[in-house]
Design a protein around this ligand. Structure first.
Ligand SMILES: [Zn+2]
Length: 272
């Protein structure tokens, strides 16, 4: 039995797979801010889903940069209680098997690149549009080599612009991240009906996508996360075709297709 998980700042999705390529069963539970309690809930849910069957291998995503050995979170604004806590070691002890950890955006992107909207494409640019903006470059179904990870959400789209939670100014995230949209327009993205607001947000996103496309040269751009479900794609594409003048045409911009399960499928891929 394979155990996979995707831990977010508020919820964690846990799944098991008996064949290593499909999710047999999965469940969403709240993420505890307390690390020990969080591990306990993770183990209890895994036991419930596996029906007591032996777990042979474990893989999952966590919401933030990992240490070099990919064993724990090193920073994470949403999960302070998990920072520098030995997640990999605790799970290895609990299951007596190998445990693979990766950044949650990376596993979400791998899932989409292998089984979702980016399937069949060589270079996939994945943008996770949740409360903040994450992203990853995937080449041949693997996260591309990198030194410190990928952070397209923290590219500057406006000199001296809106403050970003990371300490910077004018970052893409500070204009199109879910929590920033809520702060700027006093509405949650899914409730916004005003066309002029979406025009503005789409324009900012198109600037960010233009920059990501000229640097990453992807075959396709996949947008995931809750904000991507509300954003009017045709508007973003229209702005992008206006901005992106150096390439003969923009790559396809599509919405993610695996929903919240993307991370679990990506975690299964980590095991291959
Ligand atoms: Zn930032």
């Amino acid at each position: 039995m394979y155990l996979v998980f995707d831990i977010g700042g508020t919820h964690m999705r846990i799944g098991v797979s008996s064949d290593g390529s499909t999710i047999t069963e999965s469940k969403i539970v709240p993420t505890s801010q307390d690390f020990d309690q969080g591990i306990l809930v993770l183990k209890q849910t895994a036991d419930e889903l596996s029906g007591g069957e032996k777990i042979n291998v474990v893989a999952g995503g966590i919401p933030g940069p990992l240490d070099k050995g990919k064993s724990m979170l090193v920073t994470c604004p949403q999960l302070h209680g998990w920072i520098q806590k030995p997640l990999k070691a605790e799970l290895e002890k609990a299951y007596g098997t190998k445990v693979y950890l990766e950044n949650d955006t990376a596993i979400g992107g791998i899932g989409e690149a292998v089984k979702g909207a980016g399937a069949g494409k060589k270079i996939v640019a994945y943008l996770a549009m949740g409360t903040g903006i994450g992203g990853t470059r995937i080449v041949d179904q693997r996260v591309d080599s990198n030194n410190l990870g990928f952070e397209p959400g923290h590219q500057i789209i406006m000199p001296d612009g809106n403050p970003c939670n990371c300490g910077g100014k004018g970052h893409l995230e500070a204009y199109v991240g879910g929590s920033y949209i809520e702060k700027i327009y006093h509405q949650r993205a899914e409730d916004i009906k005003d066309v002029s607001i979406w025009n503005e947000v789409s324009k900012y996103l198109a600037i960010g996508l233009n920059n990501t496309i000229v640097h990453w040269s992807p075959d396709i751009v996949v947008l995931g996360g809750s904000v991507s479900e509300s954003i009017p794609l045709e508007k973003v594409q229209a702005y992008l075709s206006e901005f992106l003048t150096i390439f003969p045409q923009a790559p396809d911009i599509v919405k993610a297709s695996l929903g919240h399960d993307g991370g679990l499928y990506g975690a299964l891929e980590l095991l291959k």
